[in-house]
Design a protein around this ligand. Sequence first.
Ligand SMILES: [Zn+2]
Length: 325
Amino acid sequence: MDESIVSSEIVIGIDLGATNLKGAAVGRDARVIARHTQPLDRTEPGAVIADMVSLVGRLLDAASVERSSLVGVGVGSPGPLSFSTGRIINPTNLPGWKDVPLRDRLHETLQVPIVLDNDGNVAAFGEYWAGAGVDGKDLVMLTLGTGVGAGVVLDGRILHGHFDNAAELGHMIVAVDGLPCPCGQCGCLEQYASAGAVARRVEAAIRGGEPCALSQRVNEGKRIDAEDVAGCARSGDALCLRVWDEACLHLAVACISIQHAFNPARIVLGGGMASAGAFLIDRVLDHVNRQRWKLHDDLPAITVAELGYDAGMIGAAGLVWQQAD
Ligand SMILES: [Zn+2]
């Protein structure tokens, strides 16, 4: 094969977030050749689609690649969406979007293959293709951010399920009659182990009068995040330590269920909670080792993500490359 032709081919991966539009020009070898992030100033579907099209042009220019070398565009978007029809249904993060045929609209303009999948799935695929999971074919990722996003890659393919809504692992019930979740269930994983929940639970306990090293900040009306809680827990603060440990316990329970359901080689933890590194992983593993079964030695490796906030756009590009091969 002509090496110069192969190396000039490019895929654009786009991560459509709640506040930003992030894109990267990505080679077949997962190398990021150019990248650009812009604020999502306009959220009306037509305007966002126009911005995505201009982002593609901008990235091709930045990568010094001809338009004819564009193999396709991958897009990761907040769900719910339909992978099979390429339509975005009604994401809470994108007000005004209702049943938008994003894949077809982009295809009409760009005339190249478009792959659309939800943000949890593309992030998992990114870690599988170019990050923590490159050594295996099966990986489950939990993104511990505002909520808990997730994606399941089995034998190198994203699991979508009959209803196109597989891998909603943030709403896996890990506590019977537990904390209520806006989804309508009680005891969902994301009510305990998301970065948002950890901060919220500490704030609520402080307002309830529990002593904490973060009390002053909270009482002054300042926001705290999961990193603050982790830092405070490390220095021995009882409240932060308790909430952090409960997050790790519920994550451990989730990991054991994931082990039994999917039997992946690896579970990757990403998002704001994962920046705590070993302080997260070691505690999760302690709980896993206390709770796990003894019938079979099939525990997945549990590690932190490697691509950070790039996982979505790299994974979206990887999906296009996978389809092209
Ligand atoms: Zn829920």
